[in-house]
Ligand binder design. Structure first.
Ligand code: AMP
Length: 190
């Protein structure tokens, strides 16, 4: 199985890169942000717990998000692999993901980081906020989410770097230029 962890600051374009990877490699997309938004929409207990934290740009608990992730993975009966979008975001989640994948006799193939210059990021996020119905797309939350991204997620990247399963691609120009780097990175791990 091909299991890719994709990461990038909010607005980095990791969603678009994910879509292309999924199409090309036949992977199943798991976005923990999407799972949480579905829970909120459905008005579940977990969704209610998560809503305030999400709106403040805080992370939800490792245990809660991992349980949701486990259920999602277990519900997939046939796939060539997964692309994890927005997970793992902490070192505890790295361990939890390894454990879940080991139960399925598989492991993380690599982590891809989609990088964009800071000013371009802010510009893209503010543009997205104009048409988005996401309550967390405002300047204050964006700043906080970027801060959290940098402080909390860095150790996760360092972990995959340390085990030689990390590649950073830049998305400052076009989607295609970025995907060329993404594809080359994936191929180097297969
Ligand atoms: P995203 O769509 O990935 O930017 O996620 C939106 C929000 O959901 C984040 O700002 C967090 O509050 C929450 N969230 C998503 N994934 C995780 C995760 N792996 N761990 C903790 N919180 C998460």
């Amino acid at each position: 199985m091909l299991n890719i962890v994709i990461t990038g600051a909010p607005g980095s374009g990791k969603g678009t890169q994910s879509d292309i990877i999924i199409e090309e490699y036949g992977l199943t997309h798991i976005s923990t942000g999407d799972i949480l938004r579905e829970e909120i929409k459905a008005g579940t207990e977990a969704g209610k717990k998560a809503e305030t934290l999400i709106n403040e740009g805080q992370l939800v608990s490792d245990e809660m998000i991992t349980e949701m992730l486990r259920q999602k993975i277990n519900s997939v009966t046939e796939t060539k692999g997964f692309i994890f979008d927005g997970y793992p975001r902490t070192l505890a989640q790295v361990e939890m993901l390894d454990k879940i994948l080991a139960e399925h006799n598989t492991s993380v193939t690599c982590m891809i980081q989609v990088e964009v210059e800071h000013d371009t990021l802010i510009e893209r996020l503010l543009n997205r906020a104009k048409t988005s119905d996401r309550a967390d797309d405002n300047m204050e939350t964006i700043k906080h989410r970027l801060e959290i991204y940098h402080t909390t997620t860095m150790p996760v990247m360092e972990h995959y770097k340390a085990i030689n399963r990390f590649t950073s691609v830049n998305n400052n120009s076009t989607v295609e230029a970025c995907y060329a780097q993404t594809k080359a990175a994936i191929e180097s791990y297969i």
